[in-house]
Design a protein around this ligand. Structure first.
Ligand code: SF4
Ligand code: ZN
Length: 364
């Protein structure tokens, strides 16, 4: 450490181990961990993320964000979670095994180990077991020109307001995102959770904002704002994002200092999500040249989201005839039913209900 700062500027006691990028302060490990947990605590309290009557379902993939979320929230709110457990609302971790070769196996192991270490019940849902195909197999099936044509031309999804959605039909991240979001929500609901905790960090929030901005997708931005405002009218289990104020590099540093393991490899399909990768590049460049840009974007979002909030207009949605979930009126089926039907020849509702019945049978 430098000659001028033999001790941490905050506790004035310990040896500093790092310099904070934005403030330039040289701080020790304990003060860094405290800062991170304080930020998680403040975000959770500002957004009223959890109370004694809640039951929290944590989405835990085993990646760095979800493991930090689980570690930080159990450290900050251990008492609250114990209080919930006493009322029969013990937290649960949901892990979705999409079936991505060379990637998911390692994160599944890490997810199971961290849940075990922290004493959180874990429920693992496998696409291959429940839907009949892994994500990789669904991606191969969707790559068949005939299947893709019938997928794109069915359900009246030609042109109009679905033009943007059409461009991604059958792409790995579309199939994965649609099915994982539904599985997480439906499992959380089926397990009586009132909150679904996601590991999205500050970079993710800023990236999503930038993508919606660059695509001119006011609707999506309005829905993101509405979700951030904890809109009560949403038909889905409320999502909470305890890491929303933490930049990615702090998430990684936190894990390094608490000694937690995490998966370093990126998903092999991530490079196909070109738009997000480019948005990441822009933000990383801006943050490197102008530290604090990410915080400024978040500050801006916190100010303007109340003005942008755009709950789903009842006239634009209807219930999916197959599974009952809300869907765009322009589609015949919801996207989860669409993918399961077209790619796996399965009924989404039946697969999910079957899993929940089996789980209840084994967990009672
Ligand atoms: Fe799924 Fe795409 Fe993320 Fe890979 S990068 S886990 S395919 S959403
Ligand atoms: Zn459906």
């Amino acid at each position: 450490m430098t000659h001028e700062s033999p001790v941490c500027v905050r506790c004035k006691k310990n040896r500093p181990v790092m310099e904070r990028i934005h403030s330039g302060e040289k701080v020790c490990k304990a003060c860094f961990l405290k800062e991170i947990e304080d930020r998680v605590r403040r975000a959770m309290s500002r957004c009223k993320m959890a109370g004694p009557d809640d039951k929290v379902a944590f989405a835990v993939s085993g990646g760095k964000d979800s493991t930090v979320m689980l570690r930080a929230v159990t450290s900050v709110h251990g008492q609250l979670l114990a209080q919930q457990a006493k009322r029969g609302r013990a937290p649960v971790a949901i892990t979705v095994d999409e079936g991505i070769a060379g990637y998911r196996d390692e994160s599944l192991r890490i997810a199971s180990e961290v849940c075990k270490e922290l004493g959180i019940e874990q429920v693992v849902f496998s696409f291959k077991k429940e839907f009949g195909l892994s994500l990789d197999e669904m991606v191969s099936a969707a790559a068949d020109p005939a299947t893709l044509r019938s997928m794109c031309e069915g359900d009246g999804r030609r042109g109009g307001q679905l033009k943007n959605a059409m461009k991604v039909v059958g792409k790995p991240c579309s199939i994965c995102g649609v099915l994982r979001r539904r599985v997480l929500n439906d499992l959380a609901a089926g397990l009586q959770a009132t909150k679904l905790a996601m590991g999205h960090n500050l970079n993710d929030e800023a990236e999503t904002f930038l993508i919606n901005l660059f695509k001119g997708d006011v609707n999506r931005m309005g829905h993101a704002a509405s979700a951030a405002m904890e809109d009560d009218a949403s038909p889905f289990v409320k999502k909470i994002k305890p890491l929303q104020d933490l930049p990615q590099h702090d998430v990684v540093l936190y894990l390094y200092y608490v000694g937690g393991e995490f998966q370093e490899n990126a998903c092999p399909h991530a490079r196909e999500n070109v738009f997000r990768a480019e948005a990441q590049g822009i933000l990383n460049g801006l943050e490197a040249g102008h530290p604090g840009t990410l915080f400024n974007i978040k500050k801006f979002l916190d100010e303007v989201f109340p003005l942008l909030s755009r709950p789903v207009v009842p006239g634009t949605i209807s219930a999916c005839p197959r599974c009952g979930a809300p869907k765009s009126k322009a589609l015949e089926r919801c996207m989860a039913c669409f993918y399961l039907d077209e790619l796996c020849g399965k009924d989404y509702r039946r697969a999910m209900d079957g899993f929940l019945d089996r789980h209840r049978g084994t967990s009672t």
